[in-house]
Unconditional design. Structure first.
Length: 244
């Protein structure tokens, strides 16, 4: 399979405007994400998809690949689909968020491997166990429950499963997705579904239309950058990595 890693990046952000260009240990954050994603072995290339000339130029000056997309996309999936249309020779699209500078390259490879092992697979994503009670109950942390074969049963901002019995694991959904290209193009054209609207979670559209989503468990902990506090934390991690 030919695999393309796409990194959507918008300049606008309610909590941290211009965050793709925020400095992380001497480089714009989007370039840090690009560099980490490019280390994955199973991808043919990584590419930043943006609607902002400043982000586009930062990536190009860094030596990376970038494409301009329309500004009027209502969702990230629509932006991803626009990029997919430009690459008809690609089999698999892996979507890495532009605010994940600590993305683990091996996880991108794990997602690609899932499609090599199952030719019928259309969509896959990632989760990690969370044990902190406050994190479990935070609606900004999307939770996922899976069947015994690792396919998603449901995603929710609510705590699930209900902890009637102590010790039941709770899994946080990590917003990294992999799609067969032809499925992504169909998926982006599907109408919004009732549960998707209720939870404001796009991935429920796939489940409500009868498609299965493979969920890969990972022990990695990610620090997405949504606030100045996150930014400072990630900068400190990169400084520690440089001094290791």
């Amino acid at each position: 399979m030919k695999v393309l890693c796409v990194i959507p990046a918008r300049y606008a952000s309610t909590r941290l405007p211009g965050k793709p260009l925020k400095d992380i240990a001497g480089k714009p954050m989007i370039c840090r994400v690009y560099d980490r994603a490019s280390e994955a072995e199973k991808i043919a290339a990584a590419i930043v998809a943006t609607d902002d000339e400043r982000i586009y130029e930062a990536v190009r000056q860094h030596g990376g690949q970038a494409v301009m997309t329309r500004k009027d996309h209502p969702t990230g999936t629509d932006r991803l689909a626009e990029v997919a249309e430009k690459y008809p020779d690609v089999d698999l699209i892996i979507n890495v968020q532009g605010d994940e500078p600590l993305i683990e390259p091996s996880l991108i490879d794990e997602l690609a491997a899932a499609f090599e092992e199952d030719a019928a697979l259309q969509m896959a994503t990632v989760c990690t166990e969370i044990q902190d009670k406050e994190e479990q109950e935070n609606p900004n942390n999307v939770k996922v429950v899976m069947d015994k074969n690792g396919y998603a049963l449901y995603f929710s901002r609510s705590l699930m499963p209900y902890p009637r019995h102590a010790g039941t694991p709770v899994y946080k959904h990590i917003g990294i997705y992999a799609y067969k290209r032809d499925f992504l193009l169909r998926y982006a054209k599907m109408e919004e579904t009732p549960l998707e609207h209720a939870e404001s979670l796009e991935q429920l559209r796939a489940l409500e239309n009868g498609y299965r989503i493979k969920v890969i468990k990972t022990p990695y902990r990610f620090v997405g950058v949504d606030t100045e506090e996150n930014l400072a934390k990630v900068n400190e991690i990169f400084r520690q990595m440089a001094n290791a």
